[in-house]
Design a protein. Structure first.
Length: 246
């Protein structure tokens, strides 16, 4: 059921069909530079009662993950509570490939799915994670649509990467691992990650952004929080100055 649900979700979002598996390890952290600035074009905060109004949900299995507005450790956010469920919140927001797109967000996992087997990225049997974030790229054809899936795992080393067990067109990257008592902030250079994961240049625009907590494959439960989502472009200080002058 979940396999079909994930297929429908990705096809509806932009169109992805399922194949492929490979695992490797690379460095995930990206170091900020004093010579660049992050220009925010879309900020998705969760301060008001209608903050989820622009988001759509795709249910991937029999039960949906409960997404609700909350406050956690001083930050207004979305609480994602999964009980043997899998559903994702997504929003379509294009970012041009002709510039240097970035995505950033805060997240924290309060409860990981309970596994019976060793945690992996490339096995459909227990393909659940406490927190996941997707960046999906536009494509003219279903079979060629690509996506990056950032994950917070319980035990896998930060920097572990893999093809999705559902399709080689979706690449997973572990950004955080293990429990945390504080928010973690991520800022990702999408072009750089695309080049690292796919081994080629990004030739399509970013089309959508999504996040999810699921626990259906493990028949357990999971809780995570997401907040302070920003989409935009990385520019050099010189480029930024030229834009302001004009």
């Amino acid at each position: 059921m979940k396999r079909l649900g994930i297929l429908v979700f990705l096809v509806l979002l932009i169109g992805i069909v399922i194949v492929g598996i490979v695992v490797s390890r690379k460095e995930a952290p990206q170091k900020p530079s004093k010579d660049i600035e992050h220009v925010v074009v879309k900020q998705l905060s969760f301060e008001t009662a209608d903050s989820l109004g622009g988001w759509d949900e795709k249910v991937l299995t029999r039960y949906r993950t409960d997404y609700s507005l909350a406050e956690h450790k001083g930050e207004r956010c979305v609480k994602a509570e999964s009980k043997n469920s899998a559903s994702s919140l997504f929003i379509k927001e294009p970012l041009s490939r002709s510039r240097r797109p970035f995505v950033s967000w805060d997240w924290i996992v309060a409860k990981f799915p309970e596994r019976k087997e060793e945690e992996t990225l490339d096995d459909k049997k227990e393909f659940d994670f406490g927190a996941q974030v997707y960046v999906i790229f536009k494509s003219r054809f279903f079979l060629t649509t690509k996506a990056i899936q950032y994950v917070w795992t319980e035990k896998l080393p930060v920097g572990t990467v893999s093809d999705s067990p559902y399709t080689k067109n979706v690449k997973l990257m572990v950004l955080e691992s293990g429990p945390s008592n504080e928010w973690k902030h991520e800022t990702r250079d999408v072009k750089e990650d695309f080049r690292t994961l796919f081994g080629e240049e990004m030739t399509r625009d970013v089309e959508a952004f999504a996040f999810m907590t699921d626990s259906d494959s493990t028949d357990s439960s999971a809780i995570a929080y997401f907040g302070n989502i920003r989409l935009g472009y990385i520019e050099s200080v010189k480029e930024r100055g030229n834009h302001q002058e004009h």
